[in-house]
Design a protein around this ligand. Structure first.
Ligand SMILES: [Zn+2]
Ligand SMILES: [Zn+2]
Length: 218
């Protein structure tokens, strides 16, 4: 599986193009906008779009999902159903941030912890990681050791938890109990900024390093 990052929207959100190297079929994770750039990347890879995957309902992650889905006739899978109230607010989110108008929508399939999603010959595991938003999910390719974590975890930081229904402790618990057990070697693509590994964050992330979490529970 090949992963190509396509920063989109004024928030430089890391939309990810995943291409199955056996079938050239593709999934796009978090198409927040700038669909021309996403379509150009698909064409460059000679890939056929099969599915759209969403980590959570913030505009910069899902603002372009319905337009891309209808243009290519593909389903939208994710986020978790607890994200419905964010998806319902897409029209006001787009007005507030001066984005192109976005409409509320419901995905083809809501996802929950333990689900899998597939495209081409690839399978990704789904983890429900609330805290930044209540219905946030993370996609993990255990075979290729890659995770698409949205706004749960960043290189050197973690997601904001000051939004409605955000919860700091839920976020710390999700990272510690769901992501860390997957292994230090997992490379993760965050919603914004550079990639890193779980192991590097366990050593040095000021919020969720092993030392920081141990202090928090002291
Ligand atoms: Zn977000
Ligand atoms: Zn974001």
């Amino acid at each position: 599986m090949k992963v190509t990052l396509i920063p989109v929207t004024p928030f430089q959100q890391n939309c990810s193009l995943l291409v199955c190297d056996q079938t050239q079929r593709a999934a796009v994770v978090d198409p927040g906008g700038d669909l021309d750039r996403i379509e150009a990347a698909l064409a460059r890879e000679g890939a056929q779009l099969e599915k759209i995957l969403l980590t959570h309902g913030h505009l910069d992650h899902c603002g372009g999902a319905t337009a891309l889905a209808s243009k290519f006739g593909v389903p939208i899978e994710g986020p978790h159903e607890d994200e419905r109230f964010w998806l319902d607010q897409l029209a006001s989110q787009s007005r507030d941030f001066g984005f192109p108008p976005a409409q509320a929508f419901e995905p083809t399939r809501w996802l929950t912890d333990g689900d899998t999603v597939s495209f081409g010959a690839q399978t990704l595991d789904v983890f429900h990681c609330p805290g930044h938003t209540p219905g946030h999910i993370v996609f993990v390719d255990r075979t290729h050791r890659v995770a698409l974590v949205g706004d749960v975890l960043f290189k050197g930081s973690i997601g904001r938890t000051d939004f409605p229904r955000g919860n700091h402790q839920d976020l710390l618990d999700a990272i510690r109990t769901k992501l860390w057990p997957l292994g230090d070697d997992i490379v993760f693509v965050p919603g914004h900024g550079p990639t890193s590994t779980f192991g590097a964050e366990r050593r040095s992330n000021p919020y969720v390093s092993d030392a920081a979490l141990a202090r928090g529970h002291a």
